[in-house]
Design a protein around this ligand. Structure first.
Ligand code: NAP
Length: 296
């Protein structure tokens, strides 16, 4: 493999995804704001860079896995002409693959700027959590050209299992927003079911166990249900990022003039959770909001 691969954003998700690429034999150049975020990657053989632009100068394909829309804008576009952003160092014909969960409409604008700089961009947000990132079994939903998708596919296959080219630029982010519409309401439904069991004096753990075998089974019942029973809210998927995702869903609905009352209701529970300083807890902590609502 001659080409170097860049990776920017080495948090709960980015770190294991980048490690999987190294373990598959790819040469990585990495950047994170904090030195300690880069250390496990450097120990595994990656080269550390001082800026996103430095990564772009060395890599013909680069991945970003940061937090929110303004972070992707900052990393890829920067905020001034003398920027340290990706766009200042892009090789001609390079491919930028943003795997963060951000706004679909902003993605289309960023991709246009990348195209103007002589490179191409894919949006490739993921589902499957830290567990999927570590195991290399993420679901990856991709927007962009078919040729760019084919170019990135071998690397995406290292990080994920269910990889779908959903459509043009932004389609991956739209798909991820649809994912969060489902996830948020499923987690809320799991919390309500466990509350009903508890309030009725029935063992909620037994209820979960029974429901896992039937039509109500879901990954949320399996994983988040267990976290709720154990009151184990170490992330995982931070509630502050969950709140951001639901904001993206509701902003898209607003732009489209679309009513999504179920997602809006779930968003209120997450708002209350983050508002009470619990943003660093896992998304399963939505159960805390539901408990408080019921005086528990
Ligand atoms: P995280 O642990 O908070 O990591 C985010 C990383 O992005 C950190 O390394 C952070 O750097 C870096 N970063 C943020 N803003 C930046 C900026 N402006 N410039 C440079 N670096 C920046 O979050 P995560 O859980 O890995 O999530 C990353 C993305 O994946 C998010 O969009 C999230 O919604 C999505 N996602 C997460 C999960 C999950 O289960 N965790 C599942 C699916 C999708 P520092 O370390 O220096 O702060």
């Amino acid at each position: 493999m001659t080409d170097k691969i860049g990776f920017i954003g080495l948090g709960i998700m980015g770190r294991p995804m980048a490690l999987n690429l190294i373990n598959a034999g790819y040469g990585l150049v990495v950047h994170a704001r904090r030195k300690e975020s880069m250390e496990p990657l450097v120990a595994a053989g990656a080269t550390a860079c001082t800026s996103p632009a430095a990564v772009a100068r060395q890599a013909s394909m680069l991945f970003t896995m940061v937090s929110d829309t303004p972070d992707v804008e900052q990393v890829i576009l920067g905020d001034d002409m003398a920027s340290n952003a990706v766009i200042a160092g892009l090789q001609p014909g390079a491919l930028v693959v943003d795997m963060s969960t951000i706004s679909a409409s902003a993605t289309r604008i960023i991709a246009e700027r990348v195209r103007s700089a002589g490179a191409e961009m894919l949006d490739a947000p993921v589902s499957g959590g830290d567990v999927g990132a570590i195991a290399g079994t993420l679901s990856i939903m991709v927007g962009g050209s078919a040729s760019a998708f084919e170019r990135a596919r071998p690397l995406l296959e290292v990080m994920g299992k269910n990889i779908v080219h959903v459509g043009d630029c932004g389609a991956g982010q739209v798909c991820k927003a649809c994912n969060q519409v489902l996830i948020s309401q499923t987690i809320a439904a799991v919390g309500e079911a466990l509350l009903l069991a508890e309030a009725s004096g029935v063992d909620a753990a037994k209820v979960r166990e029974a429901l896992l075998g039937g039509f109500a089974n879901s990954r949320a019942l399996e994983i988040h249900g267990q976290r709720m029973l154990d009151q184990q809210y170490q992330p995982g998927f931070k509630s502050v990022l969950f709140q951001k995702d639901l904001r993206l869903v509701l902003e898209a609905a607003h732009e489209l003039g679309l009513a999504l009352p179920g997602a809006a209701q779930a968003a209120q529970l997450v708002n209350a959770l983050v508002g009470q300083d619990n943003g660093e807890l896992d998304s399963a902590a939505m159960f805390l909001s539901q408990r408080r609502l019921n005086g528990l």
